[in-house]
Design a protein around this ligand. Structure first.
Ligand code: UD1
Ligand code: CA
Length: 442
């Protein structure tokens, strides 16, 4: 049997642990990379194994359960189950038994703190598991320094004999460099009974999920390991340092991918781009640019230096977003320039629009907490230092004078000015000087 659209897939995500080393009041799995919580990234990696399929994930929550559960309500295919006491990874999985009691097929087990796991890797693992008719497949990695991980003890035929935790390992086992990454595929109907039979007679008095291998062998079932090519993907976040490390890896992967697709990144060291951003070929990203959240940027654009995208932004082809420009919830057409020192939020800008330096879209009322939208049609030109106060609509080719505060809609082809008229006081400077001189003589 191979992996196809008929393959039944579900997942259990372990996320009950405390994350002490984060030194945080926030549950560990809600810490974010590019504004998306770690556990959200794991849920999405699983969802995207088969995008046309609705994969049910059961998330085991414990520390900060309410907060984690609240965040996860946005994923309709996720169910949370509570593990009141953290008695071990095997105990955690047993919390999900009821949710999956009628399920038949492959269950993926992963941890909620491994944000770099890729759908393509999970998919390969599932394929391997199914093609080899395995009952338990553990994802393993080869580490030069395996300290702290469970070691994979192989049987003579190459299958997995058992997994031994660091704390339970003898010297010979400690020398093994193949480790358990904590990701598994289970043939659910074949192995689920194991979780009612696990014992905690080990050095940590925990119910180990890894004991499933021992159990499977005793029942003459097949246990295999799937060695991952790139162990970076399995990096689990336990500290702020690891959070930063994972962010860097994710960022570099994205920049590499974009450069492969024809985007110029002038200085990759100072540019951050979220995995959720799409950018067209021949666009150039200048230094110190931070592009966060979901965005789409067209071809042949110039972005930066020092530009900040805050998500939900689209930019058409041949547009330019320059230095010290912040964008959020904005749809910008093609051949449009927002070149310097501007904020564009909750706005639509057509094509061939020009936004002068220092223009602000005032979109937020801090008393009502409401955000309103502005719409600028094609060909609009805004002079420097203007304020566009939402809600407002500017017709085609409208011209706004520098320094204007625009609070009302403007008909197409009109000039809108809202500054006080300039006054001139002839010889004013000389008069001032004369006055000063007289004072001096007194
Ligand atoms: C586990 C594996 C080890 C593997 C390592 C990979 C076991 C016994 N050991 O060890 O072989 O090399 O992961 O990182 O499984 N969790 C719960 N409830 C619990 C205990 C844990 O939800 O009662 C969650 C944690 O939040 C975490 C995950 O399970 O996301 C792993 O737990 P952790 O204690 O980090 O496992 P390790 O001891 O590192
Ligand atoms: Ca542990």
């Amino acid at each position: 049997m191979s992996f196809d659209s008929k393959t039944e897939l579900s997942a259990i995500i372990l996320a009950a642990g405390k994350g002490t080393r984060m030194k945080s009041k926030k549950p560990k799995v809600l810490h974010e990379i590019f504004s998306k919580p770690l556990v959200g990234r794991v849920v999405e990696a699983i969802d995207n194994i088969c995008p046309d399929k609705n994969i049910k994930s059961v998330v085991v929550v414990g520390h900060g359960a309410q907060e984690v559960e609240k965040y996860l309500t946005k994923y309709k295919n996720v169910t949370c189950v509570l593990q009141k006491e953290q008695l071990g990874t095997g105990h955690a999985v047993s919390m999900a038994l009821n949710e999956l009691k009628d399920f038949k097929g492959t269950v993926i087990i992963a941890c909620g703190d491994t944000p770099l796991l890729k759908s393509s890797t999970l998919r390969k693992m599932c394929e391997y598991h199914i093609e080899h008719s395995s009952d338990v497949t553990v994802m393993s990695a080869i580490f030069e320094n395996p300290f702290g991980y469970g070691r994979i003890v192989r049987a003579q035929d190459g299958s997995v004999e058992k997994i031994v935790e660091q704390k339970d390992a003898d010297e010979e086992q400690k020398a093994i460099k193949e480790v358990n990454t904590g990701v598994y595929c289970l043939k659910w109907e074949s192995v689920k009974d194991c979780f009612r039979e696990l014992k905690n007679n080990n050095s940590q008095s925990e119910y180990y999920l890894t004991d499933i291998i021992d159990w499977a062998r005793q029942k003459k079932k097949k246990a295999l390991s799937f060695v991952i090519d790139n162990p970076d993907e399995t990096l689990g976040i336990n500290s702020r340092k690891q959070l930063a490390q994972a962010t860097q890896i994710m960022k570099m992967q994205k920049l590499d991918e974009l450069m492969d697709e024809g985007v110029t990144i002038v200085d990759p060291l100072t540019v951050s781009i979220s995995p959720e951003t799409k950018i067209g070929a021949d666009t150039v990203i200048y230094p110190n640019t931070f592009i966060n959240g979901e965005n789409t940027i067209g071809e042949n654009c110039k972005i930066g230096p020092f530009t900040h995208f805050r998500g939900n932004v689209s930019v058409g082809d041949y547009s330019k977003i320059g230095n010290f420009v912040e964008l959020k919830n904005a749809s910008i057409g093609s051949h449009t320039n927002v070149s310097h020192l501007s904020y564009v939020g909750d706005a639509t800008l057509g094509s061939n629009v020009n936004i002068g330096a220092g223009t602000i879209f005032a979109n937020y009322n801090s008393i009502t907490k409401e955000k309103k939208k502005s719409h600028l049609k094609d060909g609009v030109s805004i002079g420097s230092n203007a304020v566009i106060v939402a809600p407002v609509e500017l017709g085609e080719n409208v011209f706004v004078g520098a320094g204007s505060v625009i609070t009302k809609n403007v008909e197409k082809n009109s000039l809108a000015l809202s500054r006080s008229a300039q006054k001139e006081y002839p010889n004013w400077v000389e008069k001032q000087k004369n006055l000063l001189n007289k004072k001096g003589e007194e």
